[in-house]
Design a protein around this ligand. Structure first.
Ligand SMILES: *Cc1c(COP(=O)(O)O)cnc(C)c1O
Length: 385
């Protein structure tokens, strides 16, 4: 079957032509039952080799929560990435594909005992923390580990803020590093997270400034740190073209070279940027209705089985199959019977027929990892192409 999609300038600007071409080709052949997520391996490879390239002395640890599909993890492993994980479930995925412990770190500042024990036993020895309780836990269940403290930094300009739950201010961070040392742990460095989908270059500047002040304060107290973990946060294109990764990295690298010793080791933990724009979610239109003054379009993927981030304000760009009708605004809703299951409003789309496909661009990150089978609707299968 040949399917037609009207790709316009916006689509072409947001997503790489080769990814789109590959997906459309795939859909021209046999189409599995929707919903499913197509991941462009070549795009993941490109991102994996690109990220970190602009930063001196850096290693990349893919934040597995962005997309923990086993084949995606295997690909990331083959591409030489390390992993940042938070739970026993994530560790199991990596153990199954044979990722060695020195390629794994955990920047979750509050780890479950079960995970901490399992990670230690596996040989993981690099952990974040931001409380005395966590130091006690690590001293007991992961003795001798190397640890880095999480600083609170501004998350303004990030579409998915991560600051309130974790991170401490300078003075407390310093005391925690000293306390970790007293408890027999090895304090090695500092981490922060500027917030996910961060489009504000300034966030990294402020964070690096703050980290530098802590670095110097620690040196004055006799702690010679060696590691700066700059978290994740690199953005991908959803509804507009965002800050480019090499622009972000040039800025970060310049500041690191200015402020930190030449020997500082940099860790990056990108999640969204590794997989987000490599993925396209494929859904089907399952219904249409006119309610009051609004046109509603129902599709078989919604906030519970893949599009959870829309509840926090992430908006996607869509591509609908086969119509030459003029565009009009739609309220886009998922398949479940819950009224939270509304994906987006005022989405300009040509009118599709029930049964037509609707593609959700940049759907590779934080979609299937959040998905549940609420109300019996299936979690999209992931297919690498
Ligand atoms: C989620 C998370 C990341 C990945 O963030 P992105 O914005 O997806 O790059 C990195 N580090 C930590 C500690 C996280 O919790």
């Amino acid at each position: 079957m040949t399917r037609t999609f009207r790709v316009d300038r916006l689509h072409a600007q947001l997503i790489s032509k080769s990814t789109l071409f590959k997906v459309l080709n795939f859909l021209d052949g046999q189409t599995p039952e929707t919903p499913f997520l197509l991941m462009d391996k070549e795009k993941v490879r490109e991102k994996a080799s690109f990220i970190g390239r602009g930063i001196r002395n850096s290693s990349v640890f893919y934040a597995l929560k962005a997309n923990p599909d086993a084949e995606v993890a295997r690909l990331a492993h083959q591409l030489g990435l390390g992993f940042e994980i938070a739970s026993e479930g994530e560790l199991e995925i990596l153990a199954r594909i044979g990722v060695p412990p020195h390629r794994i770190i955990s920047s979750n500042p509050v780890k479950s005992l079960k995970f901490l024990r399992m990670a230690y036993e596996y040989g993981v020895s690099l952990f974040a923390f931001d409380s005395r309780e966590e130091v006690d836990k690590m001293a007991r269940y992961a003795p001798g580990s190397s640890v880095y403290v999480r600083l609170a930094v501004p998350n303004e300009g990030s579409e998915w803020p991560l600051s309130r739950k974790f991170g401490v201010e300078l003075q407390e961070a310093l005391e925690l590093l000293l306390f970790a040392s007293q408890k027999g742990l090895t304090p090695v460095g500092i981490t922060f997270h500027v917030g996910s989908q961060c489009t504000n270059l300034y966030n990294w500047s402020i964070a690096l400034d703050k980290a530098k002040r802590l670095w110097d304060a620690a040196a004055e107290r006799g702690l010679n740190l060696s590691l700066l973990n700059i978290g994740g946060g690199y953005p991908v294109n959803y509804t507009k073209a965002v800050l480019e990764i090499d622009t972000i990295e040039q800025n970060i690298n310049r500041l690191i070279c200015e402020k930190f010793p030449d020997s500082v080791q940099i860790h990056l933990e990108p999640g969204r940027a590794v997989v987000g724009d490599a993925g396209i979610l494929v859904s089907s239109v399952i219904g249409k209705a006119r309610r009051g003054d609004d046109d509603w379009l129902y599709i078989d993927v919604g906030v519970f089985n893949g599009l959870m981030e829309t509840l926090g304000g992430i908006r996607y760009t869509y591509l609908v199959e086969g119509s030459n009708a003029p565009k009009k605004p739609w309220t886009l809703a998922g398949p479940s019977c819950d009224s939270f299951d509304v994906i987006d409003e005022n989405v300009l789309l040509e009118e599709p027929e029930v049964g037509n496909l609707l593609l959700i661009l940049s759907g590779g990150a934080y979609t299937i990892s959040y998905a549940s089978e609420f109300n019996g609707f299936s979690i999209p299968a992931t297919i690498l192409i």
